[in-house]
Design a protein around this ligand. Structure first.
Ligand code: SAM
Ligand code: SF4
Length: 326
């Protein structure tokens, strides 16, 4: 069992397959010229399998593949197939631009639920946010996934003045479709120009939606990072990831593995443990994993207080989101 010194059990591993991506979302990829990790620095398929198997032996029950964009990796299908054999719940987070090429492999690996990022329902704004004109492709692929019977969650990072006026349009998507829309509070990472004025809090979003709709909160698993709501008369659901205004660290069960094989015991941790290095040098993977989890800070990587207005991004030491794996 993987337990930290604050008595939290960790059974959910998020593996980043790559820090590469075909989109350029400003909140995720730094402004300056970003240098993608060289291939030899990335975990290779058999290395991912070996590391994932070790985590499963230590009690991990769910693995999510992420990135960067997992589907830009040439051997993504092979990795999905290998991990599909581990017998744990497998899930994936994608920008939805290439998922149509992998449907058979996703089904074969038993993946039922797919999270897709989409921050706007307007084509021009999509291009502004992501730097690419792929809005129609993502929309088509969401429809395709739903037709094929996948459970789809849409991740929307809400940024003040950019897409907060579209919140109700996203809520409307849940009217006749059994889809979950998850609004994510904008978080600070290296190079993303975060400041508190750009944050739209969960409470502000609730207020906006509550003026038009009747919302009812419902409970899910204690370790769930999302706060879930039904909307009266709607088939789908809403959820909020409230990292900034109401952090959920006390029930955190997550471990992150970067594409270059470093354990981050928290999304905001400054320290990392080089698991791939240990694997390649024949060292003890289990011991390093256990030590890394044990040392996890009580909240937010020990890097900032829960009072988001006091965050000074100059004092945050972390990777950019694209290099962590969201
Ligand atoms: N490329 C895939 C995608 O876009 O879904 C997977 C990787 S992406 C880093 C994972 C999630 O992190 C996405 O839902 C994205 O919107 C979210 N994300 C990235 N940067 C963020 C930020 N600064 N604040 C909040 N969420 C962020
Ligand atoms: Fe790429 Fe996803 Fe980051 Fe956007 S959020 S740049 S799609 S990894």
């Amino acid at each position: 069992m993987l337990i930290d010194k604050h008595h939290r059990i960790h059974d959910y591993l998020r593996i980043s397959l790559t820090d590469n991506c075909n989109l350029r979302c400003f909140y995720c990829m730094p402004n300056e010229d970003y240098h993608f990790m060289p291939h030899q620095q990335l975990m290779q398929p058999q290395e991912i399998l070996k590391i994932a198997q070790t985590f499963v032996n230590l009690g991990v029950k769910k693995i999510r593949l992420t990135g960067g964009e997992p589907f830009v990796r040439k051997d993504a299908a092979e990795i999905i197939q290998l991990l599909g054999g581990l017998g744990v719940e497998l899930a994936i987070t994608t920008n939805g631009t290439r998922v149509e090429l992998f449907l058979d492999q996703l089904e074969a690996a038993g993946i039922q639920s797919i999270n897709i990022s989409l921050d706007t329902l307007q084509r021009e704004k999509f291009q502004l946010i992501t730097g690419r004109d792929l809005f129609e492709k993502v929309k088509e692929n969401i429809a395709l996934l739903m037709q094929r019977g996948f459970k789809v969650k849409i991740n929307v990072v809400v940024v003040k003045g950019l897409n907060d006026q579209e919140i109700l349009d996203f809520v409307h998507l849940t009217k006749d479709q059994s889809i979950t829309v998850r609004f994510i509070e904008f978080m600070p990472f290296d190079g993303n120009n975060w400041n508190a004025d750009k944050l739209v809090t969960w409470q502000e979003m609730l207020q906006q939606i509550g003026q038009k709709h009747q919302l009812t909160a419902f409970a899910t698993e204690a370790s769930d990072t999302s706060k879930y709501y039904t909307v009266a008369g709607h088939q789908g659901k809403l959820a909020f990831i409230t990292t900034m205004s109401a952090a959920f660290c006390s029930t955190c069960n997550r471990i992150r593995l970067t594409a270059d094989g470093k354990i981050k015991n928290c999304l905001f941790s400054e320290s990392e443990s080089d698991l791939l290095g240990i694997l390649r040098s024949g060292g003890d993977l289990e011991q390093l994993i256990q030590m890394s989890i044990w040392d996890k800070h009580a909240a937010l990587g020990g890097q900032f207080s829960k009072d988001f207005e006091k965050i000074d991004t100059n004092n945050l030491h972390n990777r950019s989101m694209i290099a962590i794996g969201g």
